[in-house]
Design a protein around this ligand. Structure first.
Ligand code: NAD
Ligand code: TYD
Length: 331
């Protein structure tokens, strides 16, 4: 299989590339990534010398260039996106450009070049906030709350329209919140882990009782692999961690893993339009033989240990672009 991975220098995409290269021999991977603030070639050091791996620094919005470089490949897995909700609230435009127009470009390329499969990496956030006891399935309506999730939902609808209208063989993977090594430290878990290591405050939004369902990144990659090989054309697959927890629970667990004081937890102003809870069912992908394998306890320990032992990876990030963002956002 010759796979184009877009956004492969980011958190989940880089794990997916390493997963595929480790598991299959003879698969070629072309990683197209613009290297925004979130893209980091260090995430792929392991793949650099692999003859089956090629990297091209490019924007998925540059259609003419992308259609040339993908010649000879037959599948696109699209991870490329602006991915942080708080940034989407502050500067939404780039989310529409990359997440919607970028997806549109890739779909057009797949349609005209006759690709065998297009997989859109989407999110449970497109369903919006779930009420107590409510759990969304693949059939639930989309009800996004912020410019990030609205852009991802718009992209999903475009993908489905290409399936219905042009019979493009597509799948959509909607996963819950991922965590693990190499996640950019603007996101909740790596921000709290790295702040706690440095004895800095952990800025907990609102009452800390918002619920997220935590999925270890390698479990997500195995799920996407299953969809790639067994997914039925035109189908959406939810990928859940089955670990719904309040944010305050995760914050306390991180403190416990690092043997720090709970005094570090600092309640701050809530995020506008903050979704209270995400909850999805994943029976459909379980029917293809997948299930989450890493427990939250093990995954969190592994993640905390990785950040403890890789300060060179995140200290550089936290002193660069991230620092400007952090000062502005948490002022
Ligand atoms: P990330 O922000 O870590 O990585 C995104 C990558 O896309 C970066 O390498 C960046 O350089 C690249 N990129 C951004 N704009 C681009 C463009 N215009 N052209 C080419 N490359 C571009 O994100 P992530 O957490 O790895 O998420 C990957 C995908 O998974 C996203 O589509 C996101 O919506 C989805 N997702 C993420 C989570 C999560 O918890 N992180 C959960 C569900 C779904
Ligand atoms: P985040 O990692 O941004 O993912 P998402 O909003 O896409 O689910 O945030 C996860 C949860 O953590 C969410 O409820 C918001 C909360 N949060 C904080 O309490 N403090 C923070 O500094 C951040 C970044 C997030």
């Amino acid at each position: 299989m010759n796979i184009v991975v877009t956004g492969g220098a980011g958190f989940i995409g880089s794990h997916f590339i390493k997963h595929i290269l480790r598991k299959y021999s003879g698969y070629k991977i072309l990683n197209i990534d613009k290297l925004t603030y979130a893209g980091n070639p260090e995430n792929l050091e392991e793949a650099e010398d692999n003859p089956d791996y090629t990297f091209v620094k490019e924007d998925i919005c540059s259609k003419r260039i992308i259609e040339k470089v993908v010649e000879g490949y037959d599948v696109i897995v699209n991870f490329a996106a602006e991915s942080h909700v708080d940034r989407s609230i502050e500067e939404p435009e780039v989310f529409l450009k990359t997440d919607v127009m970028g997806t549109f470009n890739l779909l057009e390329i797949c349609r005209t070049a006759g690709f065998k499969k297009y997989i859109q990496i989407s999110t449970d956030e497109t369903y919006g906030s779930a009420g107590g006891g409510e759990t969304f399935s693949e059939e639930s309506p989309l009800n996004p709350s912020n410019p990030y999730s609205a852009s991802k939902a718009a992209a999903d609808l475009l993908v489905l329209s290409y399936s219905k209208t042009y019979k493009l063989p597509v799948n959509i993977a909607r996963s819950t919140n991922n965590y693990g090594p190499n996640q950019y430290p603007e996101k909740f878990i790596p921000l709290f882990v790295t702040n706690a290591i440095e004895d800095k405050p952990l800025p907990l939004y609102g009452d800390g009782k918002n619920v997220r369902d935590w999925l270890f990144v390698e479990d997500n990659c195995r799920g996407i692999d299953v969809i790639l090989h067994k997914g039925i054309d035109g189908e959406i697959y939810n990928i859940a961690g089955e670990n719904e927890r309040e944010n305050i629970f995760i914050a306390k667990k991180i403190i416990e893993c690092l043997d720090k004081s709970e005094q570090l937890i600092k309640p701050v102003k809530d995020r506008p339009g903050h979704d209270r809870r995400y909850s999805i069912s994943c029976g459909k992908i379980k029917g293809l033989g997948w299930k989450p394998e890493v427990s939250l306890e093990d995954g969190l320990r592994l993640t905390v240990d990785w950040y403890k032992t890789h300060p060179q990876w995140w200290k550089k990030i936290k002193s660069g672009e991230f620092l400007e963002y952090y000062k502005k956002h948490y002022k």
